[in-house]
Design a protein around this ligand. Structure first.
Ligand code: SAM
Length: 282
């Protein structure tokens, strides 16, 4: 019997994966959580039928959402992660010499299911002495916390359900109040092929709060459309102004599988058709 998982991307297309094994399927108070095994991508974490991360390609998204913003800060010590329940982003962030990494994930079940079926994605990140985990709504946490951070990373699901407010200007303004003077926030901002409206909105909302806004890209094979965008809002220096030498020096010993100094630099170079669709002057 052939069973397939369909992850719908744009209104007219989807990625489809053959299910070799259905390892877990359950419903949390927030979403349906599923783990399947696929021949090409290994074990895959799926929330509400949308692929979140896979054994085969998780490092691309997690390296790019962690290191590009962390390297844009001269000396990040305190990092806040919103969402990111699979722990892959936390693991990458902890490669930097941080004092504290606070993670605020709304759905405890995502963490527990990942730890049970995909333990190599967080590795030892949840046990790291610098990690503090809160099970809470990131929007509420941002409004209520008195803590400050050098870098905030938003590893959210698409803007549906509890994640909608994570893309709002009010959330970025609250984040701005929790950042140290040269701090920055980085968010996953969706597909440049069919979510241009989302990226434009994220850029406008960040631009209302931060003097620097920069969008960069990576190829993530299991996100529909493959090309994926991330956007940084920075209070201090332009996040693009990081030299290849700095990237090389500060990532020594990180054992990265996607990011190199050249890829870091190239990630900010937007092809003209994307820059045009996003209304960014070339
Ligand atoms: N890399 C993924 C992607 O783009 O497909 C996202 C992965 S991560 C598992 C997303 C997490 O954000 C989910 O575990 C979800 O529960 C969490 N999340 C959604 N809304 C949230 C909120 N308001 N506060 C905190 N976490 C939230």
């Amino acid at each position: 019997m052939n069973k397939w998982l369909t992850d719908v991307g744009g209104p007219g297309f989807a990625h489809t994966y053959r299910i070799e094994e259905d390892l877990y399927r359950g419903r949390s108070p927030f979403q349906e959580i599923r783990v399947i095994a696929n021949r090409d991508f290994g074990r895959m974490l799926v929330l509400d039928e949308a692929v979140q991360t896979t054994e085969r390609d998780e490092f691309i998204y997690h390296e790019m959402l962690a290191h590009v913003p962390l390297l844009a800060h001269a000396a990040p010590r305190r990092v806040l992660i919103i969402g990111g329940g699979d722990g892959g982003l936390l693991e990458e962030a902890l490669k930097h010499p941080l004092e504290a990494a606070v993670m605020v994930e709304i759905d405890r079940d995502v963490i527990e299911v990942t730890r049970r079926f995909l333990p190599q994605i967080p590795g030892g990140a949840f046990e790291d002495a610098r990690t503090r985990l809160h099970i809470a709504d990131g929007i509420r946490y941002m409004d209520e916390t008195a803590e400050t951070f050098d870098v905030i990373l938003v590893d959210s699901t698409d803007p549906k359900g509890p994640a909608v407010g994570l893309f709002a200007e009010a959330f970025y303004a609250a984040a701005g109040r929790r950042l140290t003077p040269s701090g920055l926030i980085a968010v996953q901002s969706g597909s440049p092929l069919y979510q241009q409206d989302l990226i434009r909105m994220v850029r406008a909302h960040l631009g209302a709060v931060f003097p620097h806004v920069a969008t960069y890209m990576a190829t993530v094979p299991t996100y529909p459309g493959v090309l994926w965008s991330f956007t940084i809002g920075a209070a201090g220096a332009d996040p693009r102004a990081v030299s290849e030498e700095t990237v090389a020096r500060r990532t020594t010993g990180f054992a990265l599988q996607y990011l190199t100094p050249q890829i870091h630099r190239a990630a900010f170079a937007l092809p003209p058709f994307i820059a045009r669709d996003l209304g960014i002057a070339g």
